[in-house]
Design a protein around this ligand. Structure first.
Ligand code: XUL
Ligand code: CO
Length: 440
């Protein structure tokens, strides 16, 4: 343990104690070496801790300021504070035995007066990270750039009406991508918090989409230029902070990627609370991304049924998670991606221990969901039902339709020739729901 932190009273890493354990600082489901679907739980779930929520958020809300009073947020030497934050961060990763973490450039090092100064600050902390990562065996799931906090980005980064802001944002992303590459990051994320609009009265949507298309293309070009092997991920969200965001949901992102020829280069980072804000479920977004071949990574969290905003709470619904995991792991699970806790403790959760219990609970929810999803997959009744439901499409004469070898005239002929008069079959939804309940 780094003696300087003295933040956590817990010293030994959290252990798996099994489902009957009453110890709040123990895993009840996450047994990292347990084999599930051919890999260990640790390899399947690839947990990451989000620097911004757990280390850089002071506990404010729109009506009240800081509640946490973290020692590393109160000091005049900003770089010394950034180092202390890194000490506490890596202590948190060690205690949770988390294999990965994620960060925004501005969470980890202070913004300077110029981009060059900000880059230098980030480089210093990236060196600190590199050393700690080697020592603690922690890896970087993804890095990203904060293009939303500074007032220069109030009208967007890539989609700003002022080309100078676009240029500044692109230069900032270049450095964040290179830093991610230097630290061996498995992915690089683009979340367009302010790539949207507040009012159409002052916005040229077509122009802004073209700017965003060029921006993402430049990121992809640079990735290849520097030899970054990780995936570039766009994170969909329908709104907040802007009234409307261009990366609304998985379907919208796919349309955007196709339009700019990026569908083979870019995947998605899907967040539960963003899915619900878009009027979908996590399950829907994951299944669609798998079907479209753009499933990248997950931000695991949850919203609140009554609140219409991004509450970013730690997940606590294993069943909902299992339904999403079922699609993800049926499609083979993660390659570069993982489960990133883009989740924050509530602002009254003041104690260091609250950070631990929140993650322990979230990791257990994901582990339990993985076990359920594995049962659903291995038992085979669900996939088999779907397979049989579409069996008619496997027949060569019907495959020919999908291959574009038949037209509407052929359809009319076929109805005559085959005396087609379809008789509907039950979708058996209640049977399937009861089936899912068996795996819980
Ligand atoms: C915001 C959000 C971001 C991204 C990274 O809602 O999810 O933290 O995950 O910029
Ligand atoms: Co997120």
């Amino acid at each position: 343990m780094t003696a300087s932190t003295r933040f956590f009273t817990q010293e030994a890493p959290i252990q798996y104690e099994g489902r009957d354990s009453r110890n709040p600082l123990a895993f009840r489901w996450y047994d990292k070496d347990r084999m599930v679907l051919g890999k260990t739980m640790e390899e399947q779930l690839r947990f990451a801790i989000a620097y911004w929520h757990s280390l850089a958020w002071p506990g404010g809300d729109p009506f009240g300021g800081e509640t946490f009073l973290r020692p590393w947020m109160h000091g005049s030497d900003e770089m010394a504070m950034a180092r202390l934050k890194a000490d506490v961060g890596f202590e948190l990763f060690r205690l949770l035995d988390a294999p990965f973490f994620c960060f925004h450039d501005r969470d980890v090092a202070p913004e300077g007066a110029t981009l060059a100064e900000s880059n230098r600050n980030l480089d210093v902390i990236a060196d600190v990270f590199a050393e700690k990562m080697a020592r603690e065996k922690v890896k970087l799931l993804w890095g990203t750039a904060n293009l939303f906090s500074n007032r220069r980005y109030m009208a967007g980064g890539a989609t700003n009406p002022d080309p100078d802001v676009f240029i500044y944002a692109a230069a900032q992303v270049k450095h964040a991508l290179e830093t991610t590459h230097r630290l061996g990051g498995a992915n690089y994320v683009l979340w367009g918090g302010r790539e949207g609009y507040e009012t159409l009265l002052n916005t040229d949507i077509g122009q802004e989409l073209d700017q965003l298309g060029r921006f993402v293309s430049m990121v992809v070009e640079h990735k290849h230029k520097i030899g970054f092997k990780g995936a570039i991920l766009v994170e969909p969200k329908p709104q907040e902070p802007t009234k409307h965001q261009y990366d609304f949901d998985v379907a919208t992102v796919y349309g955007f990627l196709e339009r700019y020829g990026l569908q083979k280069e870019v995947q998605v980072n899907i967040e539960d609370n963003h899915a619900t804000l878009a009027g979908h479920t996590y399950e829907h977004e994951i299944a669609l991304a798998c079907a479209l071949g753009i499933m990248g990574s997950l931000d695991v969290n949850r919203g609140d049924r009554q609140s219409g905003w991004d509450t970013d709470q730690f997940p606590n619904d294993p069943t909902g998670m299992a339904l999403g995991f079922y699609h993800l792991f049926r499609a083979g699970g993660f390659t570069t991606g993982g489960c990133n806790f883009d989740a924050k403790i509530r602002r009254q959760s003041l104690d260091a221990e609250d950070l631990l219990t929140a993650h322990i609970g979230g990791m257990d929810v994901c582990a339990r969901a993985l076990l359920m999803a594995a049962d659903m997959i291995e038992d085979g009744a669900l996939p088999q039902f779907v397979e049989e439901r579409y069996a008619g499409w496997r027949k060569p004469e019907n495959q020919a339709i999908l291959r574009g070898e038949r037209n509407l005239d052929d359809m009319a002929k076929l109805v005559e020739e085959r005396s087609i008069n379809p008789s509907p079959r039950s979708g058996r939804q209640e049977y399937l729901e009861n089936l899912v309940n068996r795996y819980l």
